[in-house]
Design a binder for this molecule. Structure first.
Ligand code: PBG
Ligand code: ZN
Length: 339
């Protein structure tokens, strides 16, 4: 047996290279987390449709369902009882309800506005966020209003998006989160909230660093928002564009955002870390998107990973990188797992 002192001298390593005693117990292992995953970090995406009695499983998103406004309260109730603190709403409307400017987005009788009111009435303490975008409501499936050549018409787009956000805030949303990525919308939304006298009671959380990758497929299937022509590369960020992400994060802070989102998450941990640094005085949120969720489920089904273990590992990665909140389809699972 080699004497430890001799071993250390011979190998040129120092006494501080011995680490294992520091994490040999489950409790001491937990103490190494700079921050722990907690239930109140989780924001759960809810899909609400204009079919009031709907409760349909979503094919490409395991365990997720789309709910009509007659079904949503009972479902959310089960989660609130387990400790759910926050949801983010997405509307799903029939093709016939879609038009060039996404009128259905803030229809006073549409699924999002009705659900905001329902949830605030039944769960006054639930933090209700709304994704703000037009792609779920436009006939062409793009996130804004288009010019004749099919490209984005910036000004009417941000005016329309600003109006939608204000209408969600007026209906009682605690937070509006624009996901369109069109230049200048944060400022227009903030001004709109100020003018409508709701800026003091509605958070503006911008999807500031949102990339045009291949991880949104299951979401677009679910809400039928795949663009009918072209793609979103002229407004969502190119996957290599970490510089653009930093510029967009700084810009959105200057335009008055209250918090920022990085999306997707696992493949963009460097961006998340950048955001935590650049926006260190802001809550930074990671969006673990539909494709990430579906991939982990698929891998678990194949026996490649254990679902619970991989969900913890990926979400701890986000916390480590600097996320303070996580929008995640795993939220109901974590409410059980973190019990
Ligand atoms: C709407 C929006 C999308 C997502 C959130 N808001 C889709 C997109 O940009 O195409 C994606 C969420 C997910 O994939 O889970 N703009
Ligand atoms: Zn969109």
């Amino acid at each position: 047996m080699v004497h430890t002192a001799e071993y250390l001298a011979k190998s040129g390593t120092s006494i501080s290279s011995l680490l294992q005693g520091g994490y040999n117990h489950p409790l001491s292992r937990d103490w190494h987390n700079q921050r722990m995953l907690t239930k109140d970090m989780f924001i759960f995406p809810l899909f609400v449709s204009d079919e009031p009695d709907e409760e349909t499983p979503m094919e490409s998103l395991p365990k997720m369902k789309r709910f009509g406004t007659n079904k949503i309260v009972a479902y959310v109730d089960t989660l609130v009882k387990k400790g759910l603190r926050s949801v983010i709403l997405f509307g799903v409307v029939k093709q016939e309800a879609k038009d060039e400017v996404g009128t259905a987005a803030d229809d006073p009788n549409g699924p999002v506005i009705v659900t905001i009111k329902l949830l605030k009435k039944h769960f006054p303490d639930l933090y209700v966020m709304c994704d703000v975008c037009l792609c779920e409501y436009t006939s062409h499936g793009h996130c804004g209003v288009l010019l004749e050549d099919g490209t984005l018409n910036r000004e009417p787009s941000v005016l329309r998006i600003g109006k939608v956000a204000v209408n969600y805030a007026k209906a009682g949303a605690n937070c509006v989160a624009p996901s369109d990525m069109i230049d200048g919308r944060v400022k227009d939304i903030k001004l709109g909230l100020v003018e409508a006298n709701v800026a003091h009671k509605c958070m503006l959380m911008s999807y500031s660093a949102k990339f045009a990758g291949s991880l949104y497929g299951p979401f677009r299937d679910t809400v039928g928002s795949a663009p009918s022509h072209g793609d979103r590369r002229s407004y969502q960020l190119p996957v290599g564009g970490s510089g653009l992400a930093r510029r967009a994060l700084r810009r959105d802070m200057e335009e008055g955002t209250d918090a920022v989102i990085v999306k997707p998450s696992t493949f963009y941990m460097d961006v998340l870390k950048d955001a935590a640094e650049i926006c260190k005085d802001y809550p930074v949120c990671a969006y673990h998107v539909s494709g990430e969720y579906a991939m982990l489920h698929a891998a678990a089904e194949k026996g490649v990973v254990d679902l619970r273990a991989i969900a913890f590992e990926s979400h701890y990665g986000l916390v480590r990188a600097g996320a303070r909140m996580i929008i995640s389809y795993f939220t109901p699972d974590f409410l059980d797992w973190l019990e």
